[in-house]
Design a protein around this ligand. Structure first.
Ligand SMILES: Nc1ncnc2c1ncn2[C@@H]1O[C@H](COP(=O)(O)OP(=O)(O)OP(=O)(O)O)[C@@H](O)[C@H]1O
Length: 659
């Protein structure tokens, strides 16, 4: 019985379900045919149909339809919403603060047209200030002395006349005659600017000028342009007027070779003028140097004692004498010359510069016990005029006691003068005056010249030709042999980076020459003579080798950078940088050993492939890349040298292995 009842119920339920499914089908059809209208159908409240209420399935169906409608509503409204949002944003900006949106009144008509906004005031867009030019940046730190430098050009030369007693160079007739004897008939540009300036009538020509102390001088002029004579001539001219011998000119140079060279020039030009010149470098015993410098070592003299008028020295030896030699005093100095100034300023050996500057200004230890009385001194001029204030009052003092300064004038010279304010400040220059010597007058404007000085772009001799050969490291010695044999380079200075590199290159060249003679490719008379020149050699040996090179008994001198600065050997026609110079200053000084005093000269740099980028960048930075021509050497160019070279290389390896 119960079984039957259950089956009846199931039938009833199945019928209801069938009815529901029919209805559902109908609705679906209707929805499909009425698709668009359904989409736009106004929103209405959903009421569950009685059938739907019968099943959970229907509820689900209805909620998804409602969802669909919501989406449609959102789509329809989407065109309006951003406008509303924009309006609110604009009012926010105008009022400067967020205002809550007013609630729309119930009767207010729906306004779909966008409200006209008041026009916004326009403000300039923020932008970065214009970047200053590199020129103005560079000039910012430049001193007024550099900006108002005197620029001179290579062609500004001044003839030295013997007929006219009043020559415009202001040189004494005796000096002019001497210059003619030495074959110098006109002043080079740097001399044309400096000699008349340093010899102008007035305090500039006096031995002491404590009340009108002279301006200090900084000179930047290319290598071989005659800077040495530019200071030698005025010093000889002014010091020749002296009565008593005092140390009045001190020339400081970085190397012994340069000291010897400058001393020879002073002696040659000053011949017959009665001035005593000495050089101290440490190549002689200290006691011997002391006996050259001071006459009296026994008593303590306020004014010091000197046997020389002009002293040329290296900084190290100078400090030794300042510290140790009794009565060696700089208080009478009229000229302090710092040649190759940038190199010397980079050298802090025993703090040489502050020590020298202090010895010029304060020559005496302020130790009253040791100050003798005026009567004991004997000579009124024993003490320099600047220091008379330390004497006890005496009515007959020859100098008034007004404010005065030391008469010493500092003269700085270099082909690569530094613009480093820190280094220049250490010199305590007095109202400095700059002189800069350039190449051709027409090549650049005055502003360009100032920029070149400030950015340390150095002038080069106009008569110099520059080349570079880029090669594999292993082929560099072969390239050197190519220059020597195929390019016939002779009277050459060859620069290497180290004493080791120097001796290996020399050995290779010697072996190659020997093999050439053995194989009969050259005669013994045509053998190229080369020597090494480095600081490893003693002073006597160095002097000897330099003299042989000057007399052309040696054709190739392989050397370190010891002789890259200042050394003046007239017949050097070629310079080879076997190892690339590490900076532009070094490059300028190396290549400057040739093409001196207007003569022609060739410079070659051998650049290893991996260094080429750096080397070119260095030249480009100095605006000099276009001046250095690249030369390509093919295998064919060196084919005749290669077998002997390989042979020489094998022998060199064996030689090195034996050592
Ligand atoms: N007025 C002149 N007439 C002829 N020759 C001169 C004159 N002045 C200098 N010389 C010669 O020019 C050469 C170079 O001079 P100097 O050595 O003074 O050059 P520099 O400018 O000091 O070079 P560097 O910067 O390389 O030291 C020397 O041989 C010198 O004798």
């Amino acid at each position: 019985m119960a079984q039957e009842q259950i089956q009846e119920d199931l039938k009833g339920k199945t019928k209801a379900k069938q009815r529901y499914l029919k209805e559902k089908k109908k609705r679906r059809k209707l929805r499909k045919s009425d698709g668009a209208s359904v989409a736009n159908k106004p929103k209405q409240s959903h009421q569950a149909t009685p059938e739907a209420a019968e099943s959970g399935l229907e509820e689900q169906e209805l909620s998804s339809a409602a969802e669909e409608e919501k989406v449609n509503d959102l789509r329809n409204d989407s065109s309006e919403r951003p406008q509303k949002r924009r309006r609110r944003d604009a009012s926010e900006i105008l009022d400067g603060e967020h205002k809550p949106e007013p609630a729309p009144s119930e009767n207010a008509p729906l306004d779909d047209t966008p409200a006209t906004l008041p026009s916004l005031p326009s403000f300039p867009l923020p932008s970065l200030p214009e970047a200053p030019s590199s020129a103005s940046l560079a000039l910012q730190g430049a001193s007024s002395a550099v900006l108002s430098a005197t620029h001179i050009y290579r062609e500004d030369q001044l003839p030295i006349s013997l007929d006219n007693p009043e020559d415009s160079s202001l040189l004494d007739l005796r000096t002019r005659t001497r210059l003619h004897e030495l074959g110098i008939t006109e002043l080079f540009a740097v001399q044309t600017a400096l000699v008349p300036f340093l010899l102008s009538p007035g305090p500039a020509r006096s031995l002491y000028c404590p009340y009108a102390p002279p301006q200090d001088i900084c000179v930047s002029a290319p290598t071989g342009s005659g800077k040495t004579l530019a200071y030698v001539l005025p010093i000889i001219e002014v010091l020749s007027t002296r009565v008593v011998t005092r140390l009045r000119a001190l020339v400081v140079l970085p190397t012994r070779d340069l000291v010897v060279q400058v001393r020879e020039i002073f002696e040659a030009v000053g011949k017959g003028r009665g001035l005593k010149v000495a050089a101290v470098t440490g190549s002689q015993s200290f006691a011997h140097e002391q006996s050259l410098l001071v006459a009296d070592k026994s008593a303590s003299l306020l004014g010091g004692s000197s046997k020389v008028d002009i002293l040329i020295c290296t900084p190290g030896r100078l400090i030794d004498h300042l510290n140790t030699t009794p009565n060696f005093s700089l208080q009478h100095l009229r000229y302090l010359v710092i040649d190759e100034a940038d190199r010397l300023l980079a050298q802090s050996f025993q703090e040489w510069l502050p020590r020298v500057l202090s010895a010029i200004k304060h020559p005496l230890k302020h130790d009253t016990e040791h100050i003798p009385r005026l009567n004991d001194i004997g000579h009124a001029d024993a003490l320099s005029p600047t220091n008379t204030h330390i004497l006890p009052h005496h009515p007959q003092l020859p100098f008034p006691t007004e404010k005065k300064d030391v008469s010493c004038q500092k003269l700085l010279f270099s082909a690569t003068l530094t613009q480093d304010p820190g280094k220049l400040a250490s010199l305590a220059l007095r109202n400095p005056r700059y002189f800069v010597i350039h190449g051709e007058r027409a090549s650049s404007s005055q502003e360009d010249h100032v920029m070149d000085v400030v950015t340390e772009k150095f002038s080069m001799p106009a008569s110099l030709s520059e080349h570079m050969i880029v090669s594999e490291t292993s082929k560099k010695p072969l390239m050197f042999l190519y220059l020597v044999h195929a390019r016939k380079i002779t009277n050459a200075l060859v620069f290497t980076k180290s004493a080791e590199s120097t001796s290996r290159l020399l050995k290779l060249l010697d072996l190659f020459e020997e093999l050439s003679i053995q194989k009969g490719t050259k005669s013994a008379q045509n053998r190229i003579i080369a020597r090494a020149y480095s600081s490893d050699l003693g002073p006597g040996e160095r002097k000897n080798i330099l003299e042989q090179f000057k007399s052309q008994a040696i054709q190739i001198l392989i050397c370190s950078d010891l002789v890259s600065r200042g050394v003046d050997i007239k017949h050097v026609s070629h310079v080879v940088s076997y190892d690339t110079p590490v900076d532009m200053r070094k490059y300028v000084h190396r290549v400057g050993r040739t093409a001196r005093a207007g003569r022609e000269g060739d410079a070659w740099t051998l650049v290893e492939e991996q260094e080429a980028r750096y080397f070119k960048a260095m030249l480009r930075k100095a605006d000099h890349l276009t001046n250095v021509k690249r030369m390509r050497v093919s295998d064919d160019d060196v084919s005749t040298l290669t077998p002997l070279y390989d042979n020489a290389l094998d022998q060199l390896r064996e030689h090195s292995a034996r050592r």
